[in-house]
Ligand binder design. Structure first.
Ligand code: BGC
Length: 376
């Protein structure tokens, strides 16, 4: 699908170039007639350019792909310094330009720097500069009502990604027919998969055989539902399977590797062998946790279990190598492509659902090699 679209876009692009140059043969006045004056040349060239535009538009129509070459997109990412959102951002830009025909110079991507006031400013600038659509990864999902109203007043559709606004806000878009939508993945599913990965180990996570699973929970930014749901549903999957649990520690690591390392280092010092499972709300923090686990000379899958979420290349490699028990693929390809496809739908005047979810995939030693090939 991706390749076909890309090929179509490339064929269209070369068709456009061809019709504007001598290769076009009899297609345009500019290439067939020797112009008598400079004015005539300019006129013919203008006409040729117009014709090329019409041809591109007609071809786009015929193939079902809208012509996006003059559409402006404003994108703001909550912060550039986030491993997962960097993968997401790269795919978003690639897909918009290579597969959907947006021009690179018409796409502005801003770094929200983890500061909502700064990001709101960027959004105001997008409005002032007349972007046609916005794709926003909010710093604080709770600012969605205010941001949505700003976009609505400016008549600019908005696609929210990764940090989900609350249900009341999503329902408002539908009831008030506002051109706003969310693209993401249901974090309850990722939490459940993490818990199942532990429940599926030989001793069901109870390494010391005392009849309960003692864990530490390293949380992402708790303002974010991904952090809330992963924390809740990972443990719920264990208790739903009839497994007794004991929480030794829960601490926020804000999705950050260095914080993850510090939290787990301190927890291992404090609780020692009591720690049987380390749940991390994402892989960046799990990579930090692994550094702490190795420094404490503990061995994953032997005397401690470790799970994350995202399927960062390094984390999946760790699953292959037995250094992490599992992770969960947070499919940034499908999420980025869906967000971009939906932006095009808005620009084409189509109706869009308020919530669009992509599935997570469980990653254990059984399928890690396959997933690695996908994400590498
Ligand atoms: C990812 C995290 C990321 C966060 C950013 C989550 O879905 O799992 O790695 O830091 O989104 O909002």
């Amino acid at each position: 699908m991706r390749l076909t679209r890309k090929a179509t876009a490339m064929a269209l692009a070369s068709c456009m170039v061809l019709s504007m140059t001598a290769c076009g043969g009899s297609q345009t006045a500019a290439t067939t007639a020797a112009p008598a004056t400079e004015a005539a040349t300019t006129a013919a060239a203008t006409e040729a350019a117009k014709e090329a535009e019409t041809t591109a538009a007609a071809a786009a129509e015929a193939t079902g792909t809208a012509d996006m070459s003059d559409k402006k997109v404003g994108i703001s990412i909550y912060k550039f310094d986030d491993n997962f959102m960097t993968l997401y951002r790269t795919e978003l830009e690639r897909y918009l330009t290579e597969d959907l025909g947006f021009k690179k110079e018409n796409i502005t991507i801003q770094d929200g720097k983890g500061d909502q006031a700064e990001q709101t400013n960027q959004i105001q600038n997008f409005i002032a500069s007349g972007v046609d659509v916005m794709i926003l990864n909010l710093v604080q999902a709770s600012s969605a009502p205010q941001v949505t109203d700003m976009c609505k007043d400016a008549n600019i559709p908005v696609v929210y990604i990764n940090r989900e606004p609350d249900v009341a806000e999503e329902e408002r878009w539908a009831s008030e027919k506002i051109n706003a939508t969310y693209v993401g993945a249901d974090a309850r599913q990722s939490g459940t998969f993490q818990g199942e990965e532990i429940a599926e180990t030989a001793n069901k996570g109870d390494i010391n055989g005392d009849g309960k699973v003692s864990y530490i929970m390293v949380q992402g930014d708790p303002e974010n539902v991904d952090a809330q749901y992963r924390t809740e549903f990972s443990v719920k999957a264990l208790t739903d399977a009839g497994i007794e649990v004991e929480e030794l520690l829960m601490q926020r690591g804000d999705w950050d590797q260095a914080k993850g390392q510090q939290i787990v280092q301190d927890a291992l010092t404090q609780f020692g062998d009591k720690v049987e499972v380390v749940f991390c709300n994402n892989d960046a923090m799990a990579l930090g946790a692994l550094q702490a686990i190795e420094a404490a000379e503990r061995k994953v899958n032997e005397d401690i279990y470790l799970v994350g979420v995202d399927a960062l290349t390094e984390a999946v490699q760790n699953v292959v190598d037995g250094k992490m028990t599992g992770t969960v693929f947070n499919d940034h390809f499908s999420q980025a492509d869906t967000a971009a496809d939906i932006a095009v739908k808005f620009l084409s005047g189509e109706t869009v659902d308020p919530v669009n979810m992509v599935d997570y995939v469980k990653v254990t030693s059984d399928n890690a090699a396959d997933i690695l090939a996908k994400v590498k």
